[in-house]
Design a protein around this ligand. Structure first.
Ligand SMILES: [Zn+2]
Length: 309
């Protein structure tokens, strides 16, 4: 029988989600199975100042240019192989609180600059919002794929928070198989980067769902990557759901066309969509160029979108 997901202290997934997303309205709370106390939870308890979250940004550090359409969808080859390639956006995210600058992932470093279009390194991206890499105190790593981790070279001081399951998969499970050793998932460099962080006492391993800072929580969804975590940011209104690669493109979740690239289980890929929908929040996808249209009015630059406030 399936065991219910629990956070580090044993709180059930549903109770944890309720806590993590005060922005849920009564109807969403009821829909999510929290009906019993939906009324009580619907009161506006946490405004922006309560959570301490001041701003959430999307930082688009590159464009992939030409990504085969069928790879975006599970078993998509017959349906999508004749569709035009997608211009994947390469992104990470910044959460500013009154006393912290938190990055969710760090994108690719210069290793990949030539493979992408419009690549900008982390120091260049952060300069657009008035920050330097040394101003970042915390990095939440959704998962250690190269396009989310490789930019770590630019960050010498922040603590890095990753799920233990993701660490183990990158360090001791996937490298066991020739198929993965010969692929970029992971690269040897990415595995070593995690081990280096651990030896530098900068890596914190998480065991499930957790509120990391007031108003900022992670949920371990797995699927695209074993130990993949998403980040929920309370805002006082709809929560911001940094889905990252749990949602490669919006059609994955909005049209029930699961993603085609995953190293975990497809059932977890699909279950993550259910979890994300229950938040009824502002969903930030990992790679969809629709971010550019959807948040056009939030653009402060061609590559920077201030999603909240
Ligand atoms: Zn990715």
């Amino acid at each position: 029988m399936e065991q219910e997901d629990r956070d580090e202290s044993g709180v059930s997934r549903r109770d944890f989600m309720k806590m993590a997303s005060v922005g849920l309205g009564a109807s969403a709370v009821a829909a999510a199975g929290f009906a019993a106390d939906a009324k009580a939870e619907a009161k506006p308890s946490a405004g922006p100042t309560d959570s301490g979250v001041q701003a959430v940004y999307v930082l688009k550090y590159a464009e992939f240019g030409s990504f085969p359409n069928y790879l975006a969808y599970w078993m998509g080859e017959p349906l999508y192989s004749n569709q035009p390639p997608l211009n994947y956006y390469m992104m990470y995210w910044l959460i500013k609180t009154k006393d912290r600058n938190i990055l969710v992932d760090v994108g690719s470093g210069t290793d990949f600059a030539k493979r992408y279009q419009k690549y900008q390194s982390p120091d260049a991206m952060l300069a657009k919002v008035g920050l330097k890499p040394s101003d970042i105190d915390t990095i939440i790593l959704t998962h250690p794929h190269f396009d989310h981790l490789d930019g770590m070279d630019f960050f010498k001081t922040p603590k890095v928070l990753i799920q233990r399951a993701a660490f183990r998969y990158a360090v001791e499970e996937s490298p066991e198989f020739r198929y993965f050793r010969n692929s970029m998932y992971p690269r040897k460099k990415d595995t070593y980067a995690l081990v280096d962080l651990m030896w530098d006492n900068r890596l914190k391993l998480l065991d499930g769902d957790k509120e990391l800072f007031p108003g900022i929580s992670v949920i371990r969804v797995n699927g695209h990557y074993p130990g993949l975590q998403i980040v929920i940011v309370k805002t006082g209104g709809k929560p911001v759901v940094i889905a990252g690669d749990a949602v490669h493109v919006y059609d994955n979740i909005e049209k029930d066309r699961p993603m085609g690239l995953f190293q975990g289980e497809v059932r977890d890929v699909v279950k993550a969509y259910e979890t994300i929908r229950e938040f009824d929040g502002i969903v930030l996808s990992g790679h969809d160029n629709k971010v550019g249209e959807r948040f056009k009015d939030k653009a402060i630059d061609e590559a920077v979108f201030k999603i909240y406030p």
